[in-house]
Design a binder for this molecule. Structure first.
Ligand SMILES: *[C@@H]1O[C@H](CO)[C@@H](O)[C@H](O)[C@H]1NC(C)=O
Ligand SMILES: *[C@@H]1O[C@H](CO)[C@@H](O)[C@H](O)[C@H]1NC(C)=O
Ligand SMILES: *[C@@H]1O[C@H](CO)[C@@H](O)[C@H](O)[C@H]1NC(C)=O
Ligand SMILES: *[C@@H]1O[C@H](CO)[C@@H](O)[C@H](O)[C@H]1NC(C)=O
Ligand SMILES: *[C@@H]1O[C@H](CO)[C@@H](O)[C@H](O)[C@H]1NC(C)=O
Ligand SMILES: *[C@@H]1O[C@H](CO)[C@@H](O)[C@H](O)[C@H]1NC(C)=O
Ligand SMILES: *[C@@H]1O[C@H](CO)[C@@H](O)[C@H](O)[C@H]1NC(C)=O
Length: 183
């Protein structure tokens, strides 16, 4: 009800003052924020007929700066598959689309993710959460920050914990627990 009143006020305001590009600033009083926990598995295919990762570009750096097997300044496009379980035939619930940047310091490889996790089933069908975080691959359980969201996850904030479930040269399967506060 309160929200409807605001919408009416905002509407009247925008009609009466058309030269302004902003509305009056109102007290922030949204509905009670909700917290949702998600648990799912990310399936990433590095090669094969349907890879979910593709290299976009890599800087031409000298070999002395390039001692890592995955060198600094490589940019990848990602479209990983989200499933309810680690098995091949687990139900597909969405995908994680984004950019990954490989940041290798002297000995270790770190990744920087710009990622949108979108869901296609259940009550979050059509909604997505945005993550922007470093992902230090040498750490067993990595924490990624949730910085926003769309649809039911509008205004989301939170964090994800990610752990490799299995990893070989062709397939990476990771387990994620995500805690999201949203409206
Ligand atoms: C890469 O860098 C090396 C050394 O600076 C240079 O000789 C070479 O031409 C560069 N290659 C390309 C494709 O720019
Ligand atoms: C860096 O090293 C990797 C792995 O040895 C190699 O694939 C890549 O081509 C190298 N990049 C440059 C710019 O030398
Ligand atoms: C890479 O390896 C070379 C030879 O082992 C070494 O001299 C150089 O310092 C290393 N570079 C970095 C950035 O670790
Ligand atoms: C990098 O690896 C070398 C050889 O394994 C080791 O001596 C060195 O301390 C490592 N450096 C860092 C910053 O971990
Ligand atoms: C998800 O939403 C789309 C678009 O509204 C709809 O076409 C689709 O059937 C929905 N899927 C499920 C599993 O509810
Ligand atoms: C996710 O939560 C489940 C249940 O609490 C736990 O067993 C699992 O180890 C957690 N995984 C990660 C990556 O945090
Ligand atoms: C890599 O792991 C996947 C998923 O666990 C498995 O299906 C595949 O056979 C493995 N490939 C190799 C070469 O071990």
């Amino acid at each position: 009800m309160k929200r409807l009143t605001w919408i009416l006020i905002l509407h009247l305001f925008s009609v009466s003052v058309q030269s302004q590009y902003y509305t009056e600033s109102l007290p922030y009083d949204p509905e009670e924020p909700k917290v949702t926990n998600l648990h799912f598995f990310l399936h990433e295919f590095l090669s094969g007929s349907n890879p979910t990762v593709a290299m976009i570009a890599q800087a031409n750096i000298t070999s002395s700066d390039n001692n890592s097997s995955v060198p600094f300044s490589t940019i990848f496009a990602l479209d990983d598959i989200l499933k309810t379980g680690p098995e091949d035939n687990s139900e597909v619930i969405g995908n994680a689309q984004g950019l990954g940047i490989l940041i290798a310091d002297t000995n270790t490889t770190n990744l920087l993710w710009y990622w949108d996790f979108g869901f296609i089933t259940g009550k979050f069908n059509g909604s997505s959460i945005s993550m922007f975080s470093r992902n230090p691959t040498t750490v067993t359980v990595r924490e990624l920050s949730v910085v926003g969201g769309r649809g039911k996850f509008r205004m989301a904030k939170g964090f994800a914990q990610l752990k490799d479930y299995s990893r070989n040269d062709t397939t990476i399967i990771a387990e994620l627990n995500v805690t999201v506060i949203h409206y």
